[in-house]
Ligand binder design. Structure first.
Ligand code: PMP
Length: 346
């Protein structure tokens, strides 16, 4: 079914055939890829596995996303860019996003001259699924990006709403679950992939797995989507060092504890915010950050910066006047932030 949504030139694309992907079998002399025979670090002289097999097998084992249904990107940002390249024609097609949401969907679309249709969230920051259905019917955006839990609001959307959009079968629904690990009782859109071939899910090792520096993003979708992704992506988009770091992050036993800590501190910090007289509203969050509305975001931002603490002013986003987003950090960092916030305006 996804065939009909693909750009025609991607449908016809003959993938680059790298030296390493042409070889299979047993050998111990590799003179096929114009590499060096040595390096200061073991294996660094060799190109990495274009299919990142070791990492995908570990993802299957640890996270339960099956091998043939995963693709790896240089961060999920690269996957977002590639999905737009795969499905949306420059100067012709559009993508749909909820507003406010994560910023790169629209930036990557614009770099390819793909139009962006913004759909404001409802007053309580939920998906306006009725408007979205209408736009899908009328304008057929090639891709709809749903970020759940949403950045910067922290809100999770119901799986039923997401399924309603997919069931129209008029385009690809991309569900970005970068912050899913921090949500309690999360219901992943992964469960819908078998039912709707036009759903894909994004995950990342940048958040709960503590490996933002490694740049490992995961695309999870039907085998058909993954086949097209594999031929469209740069052949060696995941470096040897990143793959190793990704394996380490997946095997890190500390991740569970870190997620628990984030949930606990998120709750504590939200209650703390509620107790401050200059805080107007604290948005319930299922991610590793908390968004709140304050009397004057610019002034609070500048004040905290003066104390050496950087937070994110989200006030320029529609519906988010005077809001600040704070990432949940270590206990010490949160204590220092709370201490400085208590002193604000005094
Ligand atoms: N999706 C969302 C919703 C994000 O907030 C971010 C990063 N802030 C990303 C994707 C990008 O993640 P990655 O580091 O995997 O590129």
């Amino acid at each position: 079914m996804i065939e009909k949504f693909l750009n025609p030139w991607i449908r016809e694309l003959v993938p680059y055939s790298s030296a390493r992907s042409e070889f299979s079998g047993v050998a111990d002399v590799f003179l096929d890829a114009n590499e060096s025979w040595e390096s200061y670090r073991p294996n660094l002289n060799r190109y990495p596995d274009p299919k990142a097999r070791a990492l995908r097998l570990e993802i299957e084992k640890r996270l339960g996303f099956s091998f043939s249904m995963t693709g790896i990107g240089n961060g999920s940002d690269e996957i977002i860019d590639l999905l737009i390249r795969m499905f949306a024609s420059p100067h012709e097609d559009s993508i749909m996003i909820e507003r406010p949401t994560y910023g790169t969907y629209s930036v990557f679309a614009r770099t390819q001259d793909v139009a962006v249709i913004d759909v404001p969230l409802t007053k309580d920051l939920d998906l306006d699924v009725i408007s979205m259905e209408k736009i899908i019917e009328e304008k057929e955006p090639k891709l709809t990006f749903i970020c759940s839990p949403n950045n910067p609001t922290g809100r999770v959307y119901s799986i039923e709403k997401i399924e309603r959009l997919a069931a129209l079968e008029k385009g690809i629904i991309v569900v970005d679950e970068a912050y899913a690990d921090f949500s309690e009782n999360f219901c992943s859109a992964y469960s819908l992939i078998g039912k709707h071939e036009n759903i894909v899910v994004l995950r990342t090792l940048s958040k709960a797995y503590g490996a933002a520096g490694a740049r490992i993003g995961m695309l999870i979708g039907s085998e058909e989507v993954i086949k097209v992704f594999e031929k469209t992506k740069p052949p060696y988009n995941v470096s040897l060092l990143s793959e190793e770091a990704g394996l380490g992050a997946l095997r890190d036993e500390h991740v569970k504890k870190r997620i628990e800590d984030v949930r606990k501190r998120r709750k504590e910090f939200s209650s703390f915010l509620e107790s401050l007289d200059y805080v107007r509203e604290v948005f319930p969050s299922e991610a590793n950050f908390v968004l709140f509305r304050t009397s004057d975001a610019k002034s609070l931002y500048a004040y905290l910066l003066g104390k050496g603490i950087v937070v994110r002013d989200r006030s320029s986003e529609p519906m988010l006047e005077n809001t600040i987003r704070v990432t949940i950090g270590s206990q010490e960092e949160m204590e220092r932030l709370k201490k400085e916030m208590r002193g604000y305006g005094k």
